[in-house]
Design a protein around this ligand. Structure first.
Ligand code: AMP
Ligand code: MG
Length: 426
């Protein structure tokens, strides 16, 4: 982790130009400057869903604890198998949770249930559907099994003393199950990240207020609320702050005294009433960028301090789609890093564009798209119509973002493009 100042980091970026900053450089600067929140807490396993694992989890036991059967069938010594049919005498039964504790001699087998312990000396299970039964005798059909088949080995899932889960994992349902399989009831997780946010703008009205002429309802606070909640942050919604220097300063100070990170929307472009930038700069070390992207060009990033407390600050643009795009492509990864999460970059799929897309080389564009399956079975994408940065419907209609990188020019119909899907399986 770095203790470098923002200006140190920026001075190492070749050709740094805050007026035309490539997306990757902005992401790099943010990554270098941030520090994770170290504190951890212990939570019950169910409450650990979506949290970030704070320590490596070493398995205290072997899973499975014993060799056991993967099928309902008959267990015997695999070395006895001969070409053709094989006959055995059934001398007992091994149930899951109630093992057969006798010895199995040559020519003998034990009926066994899925998950039941393998009787001593037995290493092979023939599934019952490959067997003819006749009282105490069974006959195994030719070629039904090989020695060692249908047996789960002790420790094949996890072995005692080995790291079962690495710190930094974001705990999904499978992780909870795996921890339970180790007998672990409490999990060390990073404490939740506290994120304060507010909207800026004299034209903004909160829900419940009348919409007088020239005003708009504040929608950013709700998209930001949703995005932060999905990330698993503790959120502090500070409402709308008017374009007034004293109010902005008070809001920023309070946010920074109570949160690890602060997210604002609006006020970071060049508008006349935008005092936001001046106040932000006065409270800490801030960069103001025009990023080579669309939508979402203006953005502020840095760290502010007040009364001995400090917080990282993301000043997102005001336009509703720009807010979402800058959140997902800058703030999301940054907040995960602060949460101590070891988050791999989101996967992109390469699909066919159904229509031409106008694209200027030299900036990254994030167009809203709908991925579907074509009659040929391949994935294809179409755009959601008007791509204006204020048109939030382009996000609700979409199921993906089409990412067109800097170097890319116009896209012809049928060309491949990269998409990032909104929803994942787990
Ligand atoms: P600004 O960056 O403050 O100049 O805002 C750019 C545009 O986004 C303006 O049209 C604003 O009205 C709009 N805008 C800013 N904040 C919000 C918000 N919280 N909800 C909806 N629209 C907003
Ligand atoms: Mg504004």
């Amino acid at each position: 982790m770095t203790n470098r100042s923002l200006s140190d980091i920026v001075s190492c970026v070749t050709g740094y130009d805050p007026e035309a900053l490539p997306v990757e450089q902005a992401q790099h600067i943010i990554r270098e400057f941030l520090k994770p929140v170290e504190a951890l807490e212990k939570v019950a396993i169910r409450s650990a869903l979506g949290r970030v694992l704070a320590q490596d989890m070493v398995s205290p036991i072997n899973v499975p604890a014993h060799d056991n059967s993967a099928m309902d069938g008959y267990a015997f010594r695999g070395a006895e198998l001969q070409p053709g049919e094989n006959a055995f005498r059934v001398i007992g039964t091994s149930y899951a949770g109630q093992a057969f504790d006798g010895t199995v001699a040559a020519g003998e087998c034990v009926q066994i249930m899925t998950g039941a312990m393998m009787p001593a000396g037995c290493d092979t299970v023939v599934p019952q559907e490959f067997v003819k039964t006749d009282g105490e005798r069974i006959t195994i059909l030719p070629g039904a099994v090989q020695p060692g088949d249908n047996r789960r080995l002790q420790g094949e899932d996890l072995s005692a003393g080995k790291v079962a889960l690495k710190r930094g994992a974001i705990l999904r349902p499978a992780h909870l199950g795996l921890l339970a399989s180790l007998g672990i009831a409490e999990v060390p997780v990073r404490r939740k990240l506290r994120v304060a946010f507010f909207s800026t703008g004299d034209e903004l009205r909160s829900l419940g207020e009348p919409l007088d002429e020239g005003s708009v309802y504040d929608s950013n606070r709700y998209t930001i609320h949703g995005m932060l909640t999905r990330l698993g942050c503790d959120i502090i919604d500070m409402g709308v702050v008017r374009d007034d220097p004293a109010l902005l300063e008070a809001a920023l100070r309070s946010a920074c005294e109570n949160a690890d990170a602060v997210i604002t929307s609006g006020g970071v472009s060049v508008g006349a009433a935008d005092y936001t930038k001046q106040i932000m700069a006065r409270l800490g070390e801030m960069n103001f960028w025009k990023i080579g992207m669309r939508p979402g060009r203006p953005m502020a990033f840095g760290r502010i301090s007040s009364n001995g407390k400090s917080a990282f600050l993301f000043g997102l643009p005001g336009n509703p789609v720009a807010v979402m795009v800058t959140f997902y492509f800058f703030a999301r990864e940054a907040l995960l890093q602060m949460m101590g999460a070891d988050a791999a970059p989101l996967p992109m799929a390469r699909v066919k564009s159904l229509s031409p897309i106008r694209k200027k080389a030299g900036r990254t564009e994030y167009q809203r798209g709908i991925v579907s399956r074509g009659t040929d079975g391949d994935l294809q994408v179409s755009l959601t119509g008007s791509q204006g940065s204020g048109i939030l419907r382009s996000m609700t209609d979409a199921n993906c973002i089409v990412v067109l990188p800097d170097e890319r020019g116009n896209v012809a119909s049928g060309d491949s493009v990269d998409v990032m899907m909104f929803e994942g399986l787990v």
